[in-house]
Ligand binder design. Structure first.
Ligand SMILES: [Zn+2]
Length: 323
């Protein structure tokens, strides 16, 4: 599960760098060049074995925060090409021939409603348990779009039925119990893996990753539920499937424990393709319990994880080899 690390090891940094800098000397492990940022003569060292770049003048003079005189391969490509992290990573993976495009297209058939499902509006009065459940979750306005299966009517009984959409078209159903049973899924793709109001809405520039379906519905646009607190590599691949390289930011809005548990995947995988931000949730709160307005306030105040990533890769491991 280390595709980027493998690709970085195979990447020809000499060939790439020679397009951007004049290489003056080849010292075996290191190439020596003039620094394109400070013009320092023979100050730039490009390590062929470690895939690191270091300017001894820039790093001692504390130049722009973006460069700082040191870069790992991803950062070096970003700087040379003016790219975002996702583009640089894609370039490295492609050059190693291990870039795999995750692509999920649902079959061209609609899935009919679960047996016994009826419209909530017109069938359930204000005191119906499903209406009361939705009201308690701040989602009663959804009665116009959603269905329910009454108790005693088939496999989905006692559940609220919500459409899973692909580009505006309904292609499946998720069901959430209003009387304490487990969620159910009826879909021809991504069953019970991730959920969003419309996964393939192309207008997104960012996505907010939350735990539950109702969290996603509370935030509405841009939210993706990972259906629980576990984020597996498979789920991440599904999140990646919705990416068309316009989405450049993921905002993680999981509770503290879940977030710590998922940090490895976020750092190893998500940071290859997206810039990542975090919302610190108060204990015992989630987007659904906080409500839409408070959730969006927190989304707007999300903090970047880049500093954490840089500490682990550049300062932690790679930088040590130059000191
Ligand atoms: Zn320099």
């Amino acid at each position: 599960m280390k595709p980027l690390r493998d690709a970085v090891e195979r990447f020809d940094i000499e060939e790439f760098s020679s397009e951007f800098v004049e290489i003056n000397k080849d010292r075996g492990a290191d190439l020596v060049a003039d620094c394109p940022f400070c013009n320092g003569h023979n100050k730039l060292y490009i390590s062929k074995t470690k895939r690191l770049v270091h300017c001894f003048k820039c790093s001692s003079e504390m130049c722009s925060s973006e460069w700082n005189g040191k870069a790992d391969l991803v950062k070096w490509i970003m700087l040379c090409k003016g790219w975002k992290r996702g583009q640089a990573v894609q370039h490295i993976l492609k050059s190693a021939g291990i870039f795999r495009k995750f692509n999920y297209v649902p079959e061209e058939r609609d899935i009919s409603l679960p047996r016994g499902a009826i419209k909530i509006v017109g069938n359930c009065g204000p005191d119906h348990p499903c209406r009361m459940f939705l009201r308690s979750r701040g989602l009663e306005h959804k009665i116009h779009d959603w269905y329910m299966c009454p108790l005693g009517s088939g496999d989905f009984q006692g559940r609220i039925i919500m459409p899973v959409k692909y580009m505006g078209r309904t292609t499946g159903w998720e069901a959430k119990s209003f009387c304490g049973q487990k969620p159910k899924s009826l879909s021809n793709y991504l069953p019970s893996t991730i959920y969003s109001t419309d996964l393939w809405d192309r207008s997104r520039k960012y996505a907010v990753i939350v735990e539950g379906i109702f969290d996603a519905e509370t935030i509405c646009c841009n939210a993706i539920s990972i259906m629980g607190s576990d984020l597996s590599y498979e789920k991440f691949a599904h999140i990646l499937a919705i990416k068309d390289w316009d989405v450049d930011t993921l905002i993680w809005m999981l509770d503290g424990d879940a977030c710590n548990k998922q940090m490895k995947i976020i750092l190893e995988w998500a940071s290859m393709f997206f810039s990542n931000k975090f919302v610190k949730l108060p204990s015992y709160d989630d987007p659904n319990s906080m409500g839409s307005i408070e959730s969006w306030n927190r989304i707007h105040a999300a903090e970047s994880v880049e500093c954490m990533y840089d500490q682990l890769t550049v300062k932690g491991k790679h930088h040590a080899s130059y000191s």
